[in-house]
Design a binder for this molecule. Structure first.
Ligand SMILES: Cc1ncc(C[n+]2csc(CCOP(=O)(O)OP(=O)(O)O)c2C)c(N)n1
Length: 378
């Protein structure tokens, strides 16, 4: 179904959410039509944040907002859906559009399998009426459905569309780019070189896939690396938990700007405890590159300088903070980080993009965990 025709039936003009690869058609359409014009489109920090922004939009306008997300984000929405928008609380209507990874019957990555199974059960549990959209869904069906959904919305209830593979399409083209030269893969490779035999916790998405492939290419062991394949935004907190309890090991975290933003409070907690054996490297491409390239609030636009993650780290109490925009600057920062005895932060600016033939980890998460724990005990 064409995204334009689908949205016309919804009759909405405000969207907020977190980008998803299944929803590329919607995400790219919104970027082409609105970019990030706050009256129409806000890319949120996390999915719960999006529900709250949408609630504010409804309170101010009385209109129906759309919240879009990957099904991985359902958990982040649970609290505001249960205690803010729910009919037994404030009764605030919105339309959820959810990309269905781990759709039963289709092969997907391990982090999507369980979430895929419980995606619609979650909606049932939350009392949210939903419809599935797949490749064959006709616009007439949406028209009919919206008659029913509009009744729900009028009564303050939320409704949802769960979008399966190829459920929505968009023919427009959009290229996401910035002015930085270093690739994320190069940054990850340099971290593996400078960290030597230290432990690395890497973030959700392509950074972890690149880390895995770099180890393969260099015939190195994977047992120093914990690939946080799901749980976006939590890699740095996992690193904190390890760093505190293994003070004689150096713990590196390779994070993304979208992931750091998703649970930004984690940096304040890390800064409070200041593990001196922890190095937090954020690859800042200003984008959710893994799922298509839509911007984060750390994106430099033409008019304004972006928010500085390095400044946030300093304010949170990180003790050594570096900004690297070139390979030379990054090598310097990583060398200093390796020798530091204080909580260290490196903001590494990166281009948007990845190798077309980038693979996926060939070991399971349980194998990863067991090898990692064993190595950590040595
Ligand atoms: C809770 C949750 N929401 C959304 C996603 C989908 N997702 C996977 S990677 C990613 C983007 C990560 O962006 P960033 O951390 O900046 O890393 P980049 O891909 O740019 O390297 C998103 C949104 C997810 N896995 N989990």
């Amino acid at each position: 179904m064409k995204i334009e025709e689908f949205l016309e039936k919804l009759n909405v003009d405000f969207f907020t959410g977190v980008p998803d690869s299944r929803l590329k058609a919607l995400c790219n359409y919104l970027m082409c039509k609105y970019k990030v014009d706050p009256k129409h489109h806000i890319i949120a920090a996390n999915e719960g944040n999006a529900v709250a922004i949408a609630a504010g939009y409804h309170l101010a306008t009385g209109k129906i907002p759309v919240v879009y997300m990957q099904n991985s984000g359902e958990g982040n929405t649970l609290n505001p859906l249960a205690s803010l928008t729910n009919p037994e609380v404030y009764n605030i209507p919105m339309i959820l559009i959810i990309g269905w990874r781990g759709q039963p019957g289709l092969k997907d990555e391990p982090q999507h399998v369980y979430q895929g199974k419980i995606t619609t059960e979650f909606l049932e549990m939350m009392g949210i009426a939903y419809a599935e959209i797949d490749e064959g869904t006709q616009i007439k069906e949406i028209e009919k459905l919206m008659k029913k959904f509009n009744e729900n919305l009028k009564n303050g209830k939320n409704v949802a569309f769960v979008v399966k593979e190829k459920g929505l399409e968009f023919n427009g083209k959009i290229k996401y780019k910035n002015s930085y030269k270093l690739s994320r893969e190069k940054i990850v490779e340099l971290v593996t070189q400078y960290s030597e035999n230290d432990m690395i916790i890497s973030t959700t998405g392509k950074a972890s896939r690149e880390l895995f492939e770099i180890r393969e290419k260099n015939h190195e062991n994977h047992n120093t690396d914990f690939l946080t394949v799901g749980s976006m935004g939590h890699a740095s907190s996992i690193a904190l938990g390890i760093a505190i309890n293994k003070p004689n090991k150096k713990i590196w975290c390779i994070d993304g700007d979208g992931a750091a933003l998703m649970h930004l409070g984690a940096m304040a907690v890390i800064g409070k405890y200041k593990p001196k054996n922890m190095i937090h490297v954020v690859v800042n491409n200003g984008a959710h590159e893994t799922v298509g390239g839509m911007p984060t609030v750390f994106c430099n636009d033409e008019s304004k300088k972006s928010i500085s993650l390095a400044d946030i780290a300093l304010d949170c109490g990180y003790e050594k903070v570096f900004v690297a925009k070139t390979e030379k600057e990054l090598e310097f920062a990583l060398h200093e980080a390796k020798n530091a005895t204080k909580l260290t932060f490196v903001e590494a600016y990166s281009a948007i993009g990845a190798r077309k033939d980038l693979g996926r980890p060939t070991t399971t998460p349980i194998e990863n965990k067991e090898a990692f724990m064993k190595k950590l005990q040595q």
